[in-house]
Ligand binder design. Structure first.
Ligand code: AKG
Length: 211
């Protein structure tokens, strides 16, 4: 695959195949451990009574709709795992490569990540990431099954949007004028991932944020 960055909209960049297989394997191992504890991965309950089809575990700060806390008060009350320094570095390199600017990562210090696991039927509705007080970019890493990623606009939940596929190893950055764009995952293609990532099935997505 061509690994050149593709700009979907100003500030929204897709870099196919950004992570090596080794990096994917390491991230899968780390996520497997975070999924066990201190806060176990779970289907998040929404205030409207809905339950998300994706399963989520957080590091650094715990996201519960619709705020960040240090302790997972809607799960087991435990403090979430620390945000590791090597992921801060990975986030900085992601910005440098996506924006093709050696200074793009300067001063970028993500302090939270949402780790989402998508089973065969899981989807994520169109939403904005707006519970962060910072307008620093969101860095998204995908591992495992390919999905349809729907990237919209900052004004309306629905059209206009662009559908693109995110495959294992892909990086997607949304910052600048696209930071608060609506986005979602309408479909995952089961069985499309490479088990050599350490993920036998499903899709893993990690989004780093500055809260
Ligand atoms: C989010 O965590 O806010 C997402 O939108 C995840 C997107 C994805 O799974 O690619």
């Amino acid at each position: 695959r061509d690994r050149s960055p593709l700009e979907l909209a100003p500030g929204a960049v897709h870099v196919p195949g950004w992570l090596t297989l080794d990096q994917q394997y390491e991230l899968v191992e780390a996520c497997r451990s975070w999924a066990i504890g201190p806060v176990p991965i779970r289907h998040t309950r929404l205030p409207n009574g809905g339950v998300m089809s994706v399963q989520t575990v957080c590091i650094g700060w715990h996201w519960q709709p619709y705020k960040y806390t240090r302790t997972a008060d809607d799960v087991n009350g435990a403090q979430v795992a620390e945000f590791p320094a090597n992921m801060i570095e990975l986030g900085r390199r992601a910005l440098v490569d996506a924006y093709q600017d050696p200074t793009a990562g300067d001063g970028y210090t993500p302090d939270a990540a949402l780790i989402n696991f998508y089973g065969e039927q899981a989807k994520l509705g169109m939403h904005q990431d707006k519970d962060e007080k910072s307008d620093a970019p969101v860095v998204s890493l995908s591992i495992g099954d390919t999905c349809v990623f729907r990237f919209g606009n900052t004004e309306n939940r629905n059209k206009p949007y662009t559908d693109t596929e995110l495959a294992s190893g892909d990086l997607f950055v949304f910052g600048g004028p696209s930071r608060f764009a609506y986005h979602g995952v309408p479909k995952v293609y089961p069985g499309t991932g490479d088990p050599a990532t350490g993920l036998a099935g499903g899709r893993l997505n990690i989004t780093m944020r500055v809260t």
